[in-house]
Write a protein of this length. Sequence first.
Length: 325
Amino acid sequence: SQSPEVQINTLRKTLRHYNHEYYVMDTPSVPDAEYDRLMQQLIELEQAHPQFASAQSPSQKVGGAPLSAFTQVTHEVPMLSLDNAFDEASLLAFEKRLRDRLKTPQSFVFSCEPKLDGLAVSLLYENGELVRAATRGDGQVGENITQNVRTIGNIPLRLESAELPQRVEIRGEVFIPRAGFEKLNARQKALGAKVFANPRNAAAGSLRQLDPKITAKRPLMFYAYSLGLVTPEDFSLPATHSERLALVAQWGIPLCPQIDTATGGKGCLEYYERILKARDTLAYDIDGVVFKVDDISLQHQLGFVARAPRWAIAQKFPAQEEMTR
Ligand SMILES: Cc1c[n+]2nc(N)[nH]c2nc1OC(C)C
């Protein structure tokens, strides 16, 4: 029969594929029992042959030993927050300000994204392997939550591509979908444990566990929304934000399905209305939409004011009455 090393590598490849089908494509091709049987086989083989241990093995997603505290991470590229637009007029004013500043009559293509109601997290991949994950913190310094983030089902421990930057930071939102939130609270109630007020609090509480085995049991998910650090700086990337997100998706990183592009303030308003109408049908809580100038060189020309980029704005929905949901 095959050598233990070949068996281990074959099982890892198979389980990575099943993870991608289950968590990213939501189209599992094998029943959970089969997945669990193969995972158990891999764990036993890795325990019997520690010389083949790998931090990137799918078996490592079940969480390691508890930490005594989180260490700090300094973001090489600050993680900024967003300026808010609260009504239609201010969205049109946003575009006018851009035209004035860029001294151009053109209208812009915007990347349009739901603003998920979770926590901003930074993932750092080196040579395609997930080596660090951190919270936003104050934008400059966050908490190192790598062990917890590695247990999130739809976050790959390795990026699948022949041509990757040596270091690439992927930023996005960690959240708990509504269905998972209801199941989690039902389980918490049955255990007499703390019931969470809303999915955002549940996600925050789950990410801040010092014991990754607890985090591993929480239905956390991740959707990417931007790139942070890329090394080498001259690594060739597409010229627009939406094409960069599409590239990241090809590497195996999940994106929010409702991401789209629109032209001009009018196109953005249509997108806003469309997502607002669909809001209650989405599998997860959102608290608005985000519009970003799609062209990266225009983003660089526009830069940032204080803590938020000039080239992006969030448009929040009216606060939703809890009772109606
Ligand atoms: C804070 C934030 C949050 N969100 N959410 C999305 N979808 N995009 C996005 N971008 C952000 O910041 C970038 C504009 C830098």
